[in-house]
Design a protein around this ligand. Structure first.
Ligand code: PBG
Length: 325
């Protein structure tokens, strides 16, 4: 009389039971860790807005890669800062650029570490835009494609396992796939930043990558945060052009987009838990306002639950430790 027959709490009674019926898991082999390579030797500079993240010269980067490999992390996403910037971002494709040296050193030290390189021009151009500009200061989409293809091939030559174009130019996956194949890199996979929003959550990264645009913004190529059907169109195009995996970025404010992509397409979906998401948790945790470990594990589990196969996250080393690796 009035008492419930169905008591869902029975299956929450102990950790043994909860673990047995848990629908989503989070393991270190689902994580990809971003690294920032800078020119020089013995350089190790903290990125102020991202506690725990550093700029490292190649020698110190390899050191860090060994540490995180020891924690069970098997994949890294590599960003580079150039020695010099120019209008076209030439150094991005220089065979002896910072990223190229870093890729060679990482594959040399840890052959089984999956090395993914970010392909974009924003950190390499004087104006900080993701492409080459026309005389009147707009991004020249098709001229940018040629440059991006050169960058991707140069990364593959250095030994990158996968390339990850993050520029959001139309047609870049196709251009990169063709260039890689022509150069003989048929086994180099493309992880496309297929669904990349014009987000305020990239703020701390732009400090880390020295890649803030000198004028204007990225809203003519990155997506409007209000759109989700457009995300499905971007993914469909990238698949047609030869993407092997697709990314949704940022992650937390876009869990519905991750879900939609997962439901509609068979490709693996990667979520990018971006810099601003990381820094907010770090800042609140420093003040004792949130429990860092609990908040991070809950957030990453939510990304997996939404449908992400893998997650790019600056929290990866902490998570590996918390999960007991
Ligand atoms: C562009 C790039 C950006 C990020 C990854 N690749 C910044 C941007 O588009 O402005 C953001 C990553 C992050 O915020 O963690 N090369």
């Amino acid at each position: 009389m009035g008492f419930p027959v169905n008591r869902p709490r029975r299956l929450r009674a102990s950790e043994t039971i909860r673990a047995l019926v848990r629908e989503t898991d989070l393991q270190v082999d689902r994580l990809i860790y971003p690294l920032f390579a800078v020119p020089g030797r013995d350089v190790l500079e903290p990125v102020a807005a991202m506690p725990g993240v550093e700029h490292r010269s190649v020698d110190r980067l390899v050191e860090r890669a060994r540490e995180i490999y020891g924690l069970g992390i098997r994949a890294v996403l590599l960003f580079g800062l150039p020695e010099t910037k120019d209008e076209r971002g030439s150094e991005a494709a220089a065979p002896d650029g910072t990223v190229h040296q870093a890729v060679r050193a990482l594959k040399d030290a840890l052959p089984d570490l999956l090395v993914i390189t970010d392909v974009c021009l924003c950190a390499y151009t004087t104006h900080g835009h993701c492409g080459v500009l026309t005389a009147d200061g707009r991004i020249d989409n098709d001229a940018t494609l040629e440059q991006l293809a050169r960058v991707a091939v140069s990364h593959a030559e250095a030994g990158a396992d996968w390339v990850a174009p993050s520029d959001m130019m139309d047609g870049r996956v196709g251009a990169i796939r063709r260039a890689l194949d022509e150069a003989g890199y048929t086994d180099t996979a493309i992880l496309s930043y297929a669904v990349k929003y014009a987000s305020a959550f990239y703020g701390p990264f732009r400090e880390a990558a020295h890649s803030a645009p000198a004028f204007g913004d990225r809203r003519t190529h990155q997506m409007d945060p209000a759109n989700v059907r457009e995300a499905l169109k971007e993914v469909a195009l990238d698949i047609e052009e030869g993407a092997d995996l697709v990314m949704v970025k940022p992650a937390l404010a876009y869990l519905d987009v991750i879900r939609a992509v997962r439901q509609q397409f068979p490709l693996p979906v990667v979520a990018y838990n971006v810099s601003g998401e990381y820094s907010m948790v770090k800042a609140a945790a420093e003040r004792g306002w949130v429990d860092e470990r609990a908040v991070v594990l809950e957030s990453l589990t939510a990304m997996r639950r939404a449908g992400a196969d893998a997650i790019i996250t600056y929290h990866a080393p902490d998570v590996a430790r918390w999960l007991g690796n």
